[in-house]
Design a protein around this ligand. Structure first.
Ligand code: GDP
Length: 178
C-alpha cells in the first residue's frame, strides 16, 4: 500500500450548528448526547478510501460569528474546510457566507477545498429556515461541494469527511494541471 496521506481540515460555523456532533460521529461513530460547547479539539482518524490510506486530522472549533477573525492556525497547514450551518437557523447560513469571505481574504481564492454542510435535516420541516436550493446555490458560487445531513445519521455524517478528502484531491489536481 502507498504511504499514508496526511490531511488536516477545519470545521467552521456558527456555534451550536452541530460541528462537534458531526466530528464525533465520524471519529467515534456515535451521536453525543450531552452538549458541551467545544473550546477547540483536534480529532484524528485513519481510514482507507479507494486505494489510499488517509490520516485525517479534524480541528473542531468553538464556532464563529461575523466578528470572528480566523487565527493563523486555521489558515496555514490546512488542506480543506468543512463549513457547517443548521438548516433550521438562517443566521448560521448568513455566518457561513461571512466565513467564506474571511477565508478568501486570508488565504486567497485558489486551492480552497470546501464542503458546505447544511446540518439538522432530521428536525421537522416547519423548523427549516434555509432551503436546500439556497445551500446548493451558495456552494456553487464558491465552487465547493454541498451536502445536507443530520448528525444523527452516521453514514451521512461520515460522507462529509470522505467528500472533503475527495475535494482536496480534486482541487489540488486542478491546480497542478494549470
Ligand atoms: P457545535 O457548537 O457546532 O459544535 O454544535 P454541537 O455539535 O455541540 O451541537 C449543538 C446542539 O445541537 C446539541 O444539542 C446537539 O445535540 C444538537 N445537534 C447537533 N447536530 C444535530 C442534528 O443533526 N440534529 C438535531 N436534531 N440536533 C443536532
Amino acid at each position: 500500500m502507498p504511504p499514508v496521506k496526511h490531511r488536516k481540515v477545519v470545521m467552521l460555523g456558527y456555534p451550536s450548528v452541530g460541528k462537534s456532533s458531526l466530528a464525533l460521529q465520524f471519529v467515534k461513530g456515535d451521536f453525543p448526547k450531552e452538549y458541551e460547547p467545544t473550546i477547540e479539539n483536534t480529532w484524528s482518524k485513519t481510514f482507507v478510501l479507494g486505494n489510499d490510506e488517509f490520516e485525517l486530522d479534524v480541528v473542531d472549533t468553538a464556532g464563529q460569528d461575523e466578528y470572528s477573525l480566523l487565527p493563523q492556525a486555521f489558515i496555514f497547514g490546512i488542506h480543506g474546510y468543512i463549513v457547517v450551518y443548521s438548516v433550521a437557523c438562517a443566521r448560521s447560513f448568513h455566518i457561513a457566507s461571512v466565513l467564506y469571505r474571511v477565508l478568501v481574504d486570508k488565504r486567497g481564492k485558489c486551492l480552497m477545498p470546501i464542503v458546505l454542510v447544511g446540518n439538522k435535516t432530521d428536525l421537522p420541516e416547519h423548523n427549516r429556515e434555509v432551503k436546500s436550493e439556497e445551500g446548493k446555490k451558495l456552494a456553487d458560487s464558491w465552487g465547493a461541494a454541498f451536502m445536507e445531513v443530520s448528525a444523527k445519521d452516521p453514514e451521512k455524517s461520515k460522507q462529509i469527511f470522505t467528500k472533503i478528502i475527495e475535494e482536496i484531491d480534486r482541487v489540488e489536481r486542478s491546480f497542478s494541471d494549470e
